[in-house]
Write a protein that binds this ligand. Structure first.
Ligand code: PTJ
Length: 245
């Protein structure tokens, strides 16, 4: 591996990758989660590995939506349990949201490992693990159609970091407001969610927690416009790089 000084932005992304690989070795992350991470890294590179102004706007809007929600739920998958379990527990605490484990490639073993990690990081109640509380989201084939009747099924606002497009659509059809973190502004999830934070979840989550604590109103937020400005920013990053090349 090429030597990268720890002050270089790439050092951070290598550290994030290492965390995910360690979590994979511990049985938290699905094989497909490693690929999803690789796709994320490519987009992170395109957005300049930093939190853009558009992402900050989305974070403020997300905080307002979460704080105003009646029954907010944070959906945790393998990648999230590997990358930022402590922060997700803190977000649940400050926003009053419930935590639900909801997996695309679900196995009992992985679910248990994820629950262990969340508990270790302070989670008191974890939904999505008791069979008797299972309910089904209509219009889906994957394991993700199974949700907790006291969690996502009853939620008004759902935070779904790194989500697949079909389920985001199913959540929308079920009348939920959806907040997502997705580094790919073109993904179906990014395009379907009510609020898309186009940033690395590892970078953005702390900002979201801070904004929830401030609990301040946001005048207007237009997800489509915000995504368009992110895409334009990627374009101008590329143009700048091409000139420097
Ligand atoms: O643990 P499971 O079984 O629930 O599976 C989780 C994965 C992530 C494998 C599953 O949800 C999946 O296949 O997701 P997708 O459809 O690949 O979508 C993942 C999206 O997240 C992609 O658009 C990636 O660019 C993006 N992404 C990857 N890493 C990050 C990210 N976005 C924000 N922060 C990241 N660190």
């Amino acid at each position: 591996m090429t030597f990268i000084p720890s002050t270089h932005p790439r050092a951070k992304s290598l550290y994030i990758r290492e965390r995910l690989v360690l979590a994979f070795d511990k049985g938290l992350v699905a094989k497909e989660g490693l690929m999803a991470h690789g796709r994320g890294e490519a987009f992170d590179y395109l957005i300049g590995e930093r939190t853009s102004e558009a992402a900050r706007k989305a974070i403020r809007a997300a905080a307002m939506m979460l704080m105003a929600a009646q029954r907010p739920v944070i959906s945790v998958n393998g990648n999230i349990a590997g990358l930022c379990p402590k922060e997700m527990v803190e977000l649940a605490f400050v926003s009053g949201a419930k935590i639900e484990i909801n997996l695309f490639y679900g196995t009992r073993k992985r679910r248990q490992e994820i629950a262990k990690v969340l508990k270790k990081n302070g989670a008191k109640e974890i939904l999505g693990i008791k069979k008797k509380d299972a309910a089904k989201l209509s219009g889906l084939d994957s394991a993700r159609r199974v949700v907790d009747k006291n969690g996502i099924f009853a939620a008004d606002v759902v935070v779904v970091p790194l989500e697949d497009g079909d389920r985001t659509l199913a959540l929308k059809r079920a009348g939920k407001k959806v907040i997502t973190f997705d580094l790919n502004p073109l993904s179906r999830t990014a395009q379907t969610a009510d609020i898309t934070i186009v940033d690395n979840v590892v970078r953005a989550i702390g900002e979201l927690i801070k904004e929830c604590k401030k609990n301040r109103p946001v005048k207007k937020f237009d997800n489509k416009k915000n995504l368009a400005s992110t895409i334009l920013e990627i374009k101008s990053n590329l143009t700048r790089r091409a000139r420097l090349a």
